[in-house]
Write a protein that binds this ligand. Structure first.
Ligand SMILES: NC(=O)c1ccc[n+]([C@@H]2O[C@H](COP(=O)([O-])OP(=O)(O)OC[C@H]3O[C@@H](n4cnc5c(N)ncnc54)[C@H](O)[C@@H]3O)[C@@H](O)[C@H]2O)c1
Length: 667
């Protein structure tokens, strides 16, 4: 046994490890709100000390109190292991259960320095998306996974491993809940308080479920969105060649837009006020050119349009200036969006026009009221310019960043004539919902547990073969999605998107996911693949997420404010054979605004895995299509009827549609 395996099996070490110096080179979580009363602070320390023997309490109590004062949380830095954390080949993990070893592979991937946003604070992405609350939870969880058998289930309460319980080989090996609150205690400050107490955490969507695979997921989702937005505006089925997409933000998720624009084949102009962000994306090759002068930008865009170039350009400045300049210069914008962080408008998510980046950073702290006023003025100007473009024919959509909501709060001219709705739709209402989710297409993903790139290449080829066979028989309404995904997977190696584990994402429907998984399982059984394949998906999917302003925003029967679908989904996945399941409060749109869940499934080449994958993947997609169909979504009604024709034993309730005339003069 090597030292890494010994360390995993030791869990919390017998000897108190040395304190560690905080590495200034890597990114760290911001200091969290000082929200606890003195008594509550004592409770937080008492809670933290539960993990350790009494003999260490006097020393650790002081140290943890210091962490609480300095960072607003107790991370237990001293217990961060000194081995390198990354997705190792699965056989390197100690243990009795192969399934549990694949979960260790995924946990370590989510904490890898190359992947995680703030690795020391166990945050994977989104500023607060935690895998665990502290290092003791990590150590104990890894130890439990290394000890457990396939007849036990480990339960994780917001990062805390409660323990191993007897179950059966068909039960999940791990059940994760993150941030589940009594509904009245689900405001943002409740997260601050209960997270500081050490009793809950914000798992985002894929961080706390160990399913984050780096930037690839965002690039693919954004590509699918831009391609389908392009289709919405295509008058004669033409491609995006020579068409202009204007947007903003080169940050965490927004930085995928120029790369996606290139893959989709258009001209992308992306405004970014933070030079560091623009240059980082340029160095990574995610944006082709950077231009700081507006006249130069106009000349370059005209040339790109003439030559129908596929090119992405970062405008080093405020996006409002771009919208206004292109309006004055009559540069036609085909597609428009915005990915500034307007879910966080007062603390650096949105930079107002005519205020320099440095000045804005100063102003938001020293003169918050003035800053707010500037943001409101800026949004009004941005919306006016977008409205002018829209009058000329631009298709503008909200990218789930609260642009429409904050613009309305700023008093911008953004409401439709009825005064109830916005002038523009969101990407889920117009694109992702009706074109993908209603038909079951969503972000399916897999990871090769061998950590071997050669295995990933083989899985790509298997997926291409399966989809090319399926597309021959695909009905017209889903053929385009199938072709997009075949094109994506063929270009996936070339686009070099793998960071961390050997992972691939692909939008597929229930049948596609199941057929690809079945083929992988066979390839593991025959030895064509050298180790198991782990299946999963983003929670941002057909059935996994109830979120009225995002994933379920195209549900119009009033049920978008319920969370039955996400809960049904996770329960259903768990008894149909998922290797692990998770359910979360929070995610991209905020604590209390969404319930989302997901799964992981290990394909080890066995007959059992074959049975489980068919049963579980069928449910995992068709649950959401049934609900979308019951909400009267046309695409979903067609898709679910087709599934009933195909599948014996499957029967759902189909809605009777009502003529509006029946509702006149009733009240
Ligand atoms: N990409 C997706 O799939 C997706 C899905 C749903 C929601 N979103 C939302 O998109 C938003 C962006 O996410 P992110 O992770 O990239 O955030 P981020 O904060 O990392 O990046 C936003 C960028 O916008 C820049 N910016 C702010 N104001 C600007 C202005 N006026 N002009 C030009 N640049 C400006 C900032 O400097 C920053 O770099 C978030 O609100 C997120 O929730 C994205």
């Amino acid at each position: 046994m090597n030292t890494f395996q010994e360390a995993i099996l030791a869990g919390i070490p017998n000897e108190l490890p040395n304190t560690i110096n905080i590495d200034p080179i890597i990114s760290h979580a911001p200091k969290r709100k000082d929200i606890l009363s003195t008594e509550e602070k004592k409770l937080a320390i008492r809670n933290a000390l539960r993990y350790f023997p009494k003999k260490w309490h006097a020393q650790l109590a002081k140290e943890f109190a210091e962490e609480l004062k300095k960072y607003g949380r107790v991370y237990m830095f001293r217990f961060k292991p000194d081995y390198k954390i990354y997705a190792r080949p699965v056989h390197e993990y100690p243990g009795k259960s192969l399934q549990a070893k694949t979960i260790m592979h995924m946990i370590q991937n989510n904490l890898d320095h190359a992947i995680a946003q703030h690795p020391d604070e166990l945050i994977t992405y989104g500023g607060n998306g935690a895998v665990f609350q502290n290092w003791a939870q990590y150590l104990l969880t890894m130890q439990y996974l290394a000890e457990m058998t396939d007849e036990q289930t480990l339960t994780i309460y917001s990062g805390h491993p409660m323990g191993l319980y007897p179950s059966s080989k068909d039960a999940p090996r791990v059940v994760v809940t993150n941030g589940m609150m009594i509904p009245n205690y689900s405001k943002p400050d409740d997260w601050e308080k209960f997270n500081a107490l050490g009793v809950t955490q914000y798992g985002q969507m894929t961080a706390g479920s160990y399913m984050y695979i780096g930037p690839q997921g965002i690039v693919h989702g954004t590509t699918i969105t831009v391609l389908n937005a392009g289709r919405k505006i295509a008058k004669n089925g033409e491609s995006l060649a020579g068409k202009l997409f204007v947007t903003s933000g080169l940050g965490g998720m927004s930085g995928a837009q120029p790369k996606a624009g290139n893959i989709a084949g258009c001209i992308t102009v992306c405004g970014e006020v933070n030079k560091a962000a623009s240059y980082k994306r340029h160095e990574q090759g995610w944006v082709d050119e950077i231009i700081s002068d507006l006249d130069e930008l106009c000349t370059r865009v005209r040339k790109a349009k003439e030559g129908k170039e596929v090119v992405s350009i970062a405008y080093d400045g405020n996006i409002v200036d771009v919208w206004e300049k292109f309006d004055q210069e009559n540069i036609y914008i085909d597609l428009g969006s915005d990915q500034t962080s307007l879910h966080n408008p007062w603390a650096g998510g949105y930079y107002p026009v005519d205020v320099s980046f440095e000045e804005a950073n100063e102003m938001m702290v020293s003169k918050p009221e003035l800053f707010k006023e500037k943001v409101h003025q800026s949004l009004k100007r941005q919306v006016n310019a977008i409205n002018n473009h829209s009058a000329k024919g631009t298709y503008f959509f909200d990218y789930g960043n609260a642009f429409l909501l904050e613009s309305s709060r700023a008093g911008a001219d953004i409401m439709a004539l009825d005064g109830l709705h916005f002038k523009y739709a969101s990407y889920v209402e117009d694109i992702m919902g009706p074109m993908c989710f209603d038909y079951g297409f969503g972000p399916f993903r897999w990871v090769c547990a061998s950590a071997d790139a050669a295995d990933l290449l083989k899985t790509d080829q298997i997926a291409i073969e399966v989809l090319e066979e399926m597309v021959k028989m695909s009905p017209d309404d889903i053929k385009q999605q199938m072709l997009d995904n075949i094109q994506w997977i063929k270009g996936a190696q070339e686009n070099k998107l793998v960071v961390g584990s050997q992972a691939r994402i692909l939008y597929a429907d229930a049948e596609g996911r199941s057929k690809i998984a079945e083929a992988f399982n066979k390839a593991v059984a025959s030895g064509h693949l050298s180790a198991p394949v782990i299946l999963g998906r983003d929670h941002h999917d057909v059935s996994g997420t109830d979120s009225p302003y995002r994933e379920t925003s195209n549900i119009y029967d009033g049920s978008s404010f319920t969370a039955d679908m996400a809960i049904q989904n996770v329960i259903g996945d768990s008894f149909r054979g998922a290797t692990w399941v998770s359910i979360h409060n929070g995610g991209g749109v905020g604590w209390g605004e969404v319930i989302n869940g997901g799964f992981g499934m290990t394909l080890d080449g066995s007959q059992d895995a074959d049975r489980r994958l068919k049963n579980m993947l069928f449910w995992d997609v068709n649950n959401g299509i049934s609900r979308r169909s019951w909400a009267r979504n046309g695409g979903a009604i067609d898709a679910i009827k087709r599934e009933m024709d195909r599948t014996p034993n499957f029967k759902v309730t189909i809605p009777n549609l009502v003529d509006d005339s029946e509702l006149e003069n009733l009240f």
